[in-house]
Write a protein that binds this ligand. Structure first.
Ligand code: SAM
Length: 279
């Protein structure tokens, strides 16, 4: 046992936390597993940890048992409050909960740097949150690292290399500003109820400065547009961005006849700089 609180199965039964599909609820019930994920986020004795979607609190308990200085959790489902209150009572002053939608709440006033993010994310908002965390106008961001559970296919898109099928906007944006790697694979049976697909934990460590200079909005716009029509040549998929798109592509060392998946992060950033300089 990692703590003196009841087993998660009992917590779920006691508080009537039948999983809701609409909230992406697939709970981790093995506290040894959640403690392992907590360790993958780093040694958090000197860090506040932001957790999105604690649910009945498996990962929360892992983070606290592994010594996080403080954990702040944002949970949309009010039904989880009594279970989370039990954790609050067991770890006075180290754990607090905000009830609401993680897409609407700004938790920064309640966190003290340095900060890490760890979450078994609800799949419906996972990529949107990731993109937001990766694309503030200024860098470094409020967090040192993100340790996040995704569907395995999304995890592969985050860490994909140029030229592969999974390579796209998520890979470019993630690898532009972080070192990103898959640190754990989980089968569906690790969750209750089991989802249809396998999952993976991705660890993203913020680089002190982005790998190459570029404007975050421009880079997002270019990659979204280019990969939206990934089979087309870039001179055609990106022609809406500039009347002189071929000149910009050549300035970025990109052949106008290349396709998006052939272009590495460095050249996408060069293209973003060239297009930004015209606006
Ligand atoms: N962390 C728990 C675990 O590992 O067992 C639960 C993970 S479950 C995949 C996702 C959690 O996110 C659920 O508790 C769900 O209620 C919560 N959630 C869903 N949408 C949310 C949102 N927009 N903001 C905050 N929490 C959300």
């Amino acid at each position: 046992m990692i703590d003196n609180l009841p087993p998660l199965k009992q917590v779920i039964d006691t508080h009537g936390l039948a999983a809701k599909k609409s909230l992406g609820q697939n709970f981790l019930l093995d506290l040894n597993l959640t403690a392992k994920i907590a360790r993958l986020s780093g040694k958090n004795e000197d860090h506040d940890v932001l957790e999105i979607g604690p649910g009945p609190g498996g990962l929360t308990r892992g983070l606290l048992a592994e010594g996080a200085r403080r954990v702040l959790a944002i949970e949309k489902d009010e039904r989880c409050l009594p279970a989370l209150a039990e954790i609050e009572a067991a770890y006075p002053d180290r754990f607090s909960v905000m009830i609401g939608d993680a897409l609407d709440i700004n938790p920064l006033d309640h966190l003290t740097p340095p900060i890490r993010v760890a979450a078994n994310l609800p799949y419906n908002i996972g990529t949107e949150l990731l993109i937001r965390w990766l694309t503030p106008p200024d860098w470094p961001p409020f967090w040192d690292s993100l340790t996040l559970m995704f569907q395995r296919e999304v995890a592969q898109r985050i860490t994909a290399e140029p030229g592969s099928k999974a390579y796209g906007r998520l890979a470019v944006i993630s690898q532009w500003r972080t070192d990103a790697s898959i640190v754990m694979n989980l089968p569906p049976e690790a969750f209750s109820p089991p989802p249809k697909v396998s999952s993976a934990v991705v660890h993203l460590k913020a680089l002190p400065t982005p790998r190459f200079p570029a404007d975050a909005k421009m880079l997002q716009h270019i990659t979204a547009t280019a990969f939206n029509q990934r089979r087309k040549m870039l001179r055609s998929s990106l022609k809406g961005l500039s009347a002189e798109i071929e000149d910009h592509l050549i300035a970025a060392d990109i052949k106008p006849t290349d396709r998006a998946e052939q272009i590495d992060v460095e050249r996408f950033c060069a293209l973003a700089r060239s297009l930004k300089s015209q606006s």
